[in-house]
Design a protein around this ligand. Sequence first.
Ligand code: SAM
Ligand code: SF4
Length: 473
Amino acid sequence: MTSLITSRLSDSGYDFIDEAAIEELLGQAPADLTEIDDIIAKSMAKQPLSVEETARLLSNDSPAAVERIYAAARQLKRDVYGNRIVLFAPLYIGNLCRNDCEYCAFRRSNKQVVRRTLEEEDIRRQVLALEQMGHKRLIVVFGEHPHYDAQFIAECVRHIYSVRSGRGEIRRVNVNAAPMDHRGYEIVKSAGIGTYQIFQETYHHETYRRVHPGVTRKADYLWRLDGVARAIEAECDDVGIGALFGLYDWRFEVLSLVTHALHLQRHYNVGPHTISFPRLRPASGVKLDERYLVGDADFQRLVAVLRLAVPYTGLILTAREPADVRRTVLEFGVSQIDAGSRIELGGYTEAGDAQIMEREQFHLGDVRPLDVVIRELLENDYLPSFCTACYRLGRTGEQFMEFAIPGFIQNLCTPNALTTLLEYLLDHASPETRAAGVAAIARELQRMPEGPRKRQLEERLARIEQGGRDLPF
Ligand code: SAM
Ligand code: SF4
C-alpha cells in the first residue's frame, strides 16, 4: 500500500494484530461452564484478562454461559465504578475531510453533505448553549483535513475553555480527531486537552482496506493503529481506543481491542483510559453492508465481555444507541455516556430537534435532553457525575491511580460526583430532576461511612448551596 506518511512511528510501532492467531482463538471449541467460571473469577479479582481468556468467554453462546457473564459484568461495574455515570457532550467543529471512509457521511466523495467549519463566533454560541444545559465536559470532533492541524485544534480547545457565562464553564475538552505525529500531540497537549480518542474502526486488515479506499491518510492501517502510542510518547497519556462495530465480525474486534489495550499496557505501563464501541448507524449517502451488523443481544454481550476483560478501563456508550438499548447496556459496565447530544455542525443552536441528515455524520438514536437523561439515571439509582477533577489536579497517566489508591472511589469519585451533581441541580435542572437529585444525594450520604471525608463533603455541599462552585476533591 502506498503510504503518505513520512513521520516516525512510536517505539512500539509495529503491526501487533495477528489475524491468524485471533481467528484461531475464535475457532476453538466452546469453553464449558467451569472454565467460564474460572475466568470470571479472575475478572472479579479485578485482574485484566488475556486475549486467550477473553476468547474463551466469547466461545460459549449458551444462555447459561451468557447469563453468568452478564451477572459478573453487572457486579464488577458496581465494585469498580460504583453507580457513577460520567456525562459529556460531543461538539462537531468541522466536517471537511480528505478521506473516503465508506461508512461516514463526511467522506470526500459524498456530494450531498453540507460542508462547514465552525468559526470562532459559531463555537462560542455552541459552547454557551452546552454550558446552559449544564455540560462541563466536551469531546470535540473533526474530519481529517489539512485545515484541522494540531495548531487549529489547540486553538479551538483554548477558545472553548475561555467561553464562560454566569456559572457555566467547560472544564475538560477531549478530542476525537485524526492521528497526529509526536509534535502534533505536544501542541494539542499544551492546550490542556483531556483524552485523545482514535478509533481503529476495524482491526481486520482486508476489511480496513475495503472500507478506506483510495490513497488517503486513513488508508494507512499502521499509522492509525500506532496513533495513540505516539500520543502517549508525546505525553498525551490519556488516550481512548475504539472499534466501529458492524464492519467486521464483532468477536474479532473485541479480541483486537483487548490486544490493543494490552499492547499499550505492556509498552507504556498505562492502558487506554477508555474504550468506545460505536455501532454503525445510517448516514447520508451510506449504503450499509448488512453482513456484520451487530444485533442488540450481541451488542449487550460484547459490552459485558469487554467489562470483564479490562476491569479498569472506562467504557463509553454514545447516543448513537436508542434510549432503550442505552438503558439495558448501561448496567453491564458502562462508565460514561453523552446526553443532550447534537452532531450537526452548529446543531446546539441551529437545528432544533429534527436531525438533518445532510448536516450530520450519522443519525443519532437518543436525542433526549440532558435533563431527561439525568432524571432517568437518578430514578434508576445511578449517580450522574460531571466530575473533571483528576485531570485538572494532575491525576492522569497511570490512570490505574484511580484503583491503585485504596478508597479512591469512596474518597474522591463519589464525593466529586455529588458536588458536581448538586451544581447541576442548582444551576440547570428542572424542578422534577432537582427533586430526584436531592433525594439521590441524601441517599448517597446515608450510604457513606461516618468520618472526616463525609464531614468535608457535607461542608462543601453546604458551600455549593450558598453559591460556591468548582470544589473538587
Ligand atoms: N475524522 C476523524 C477520524 O476518522 O478519526 C474523527 C472521527 S469521526 C468524525 C468519529 C467516529 O465516528 C469515527 O472514528 C467512526 O468510528 C464513527 N463513525 C463514522 N461513521 C459512522 C456511522 N455511520 N455510524 C456510527 N459511527 C460512525
Ligand atoms: Fe473523514 Fe473521519 Fe468520516 Fe473518515 S470517519 S470520512 S476520516 S470524518
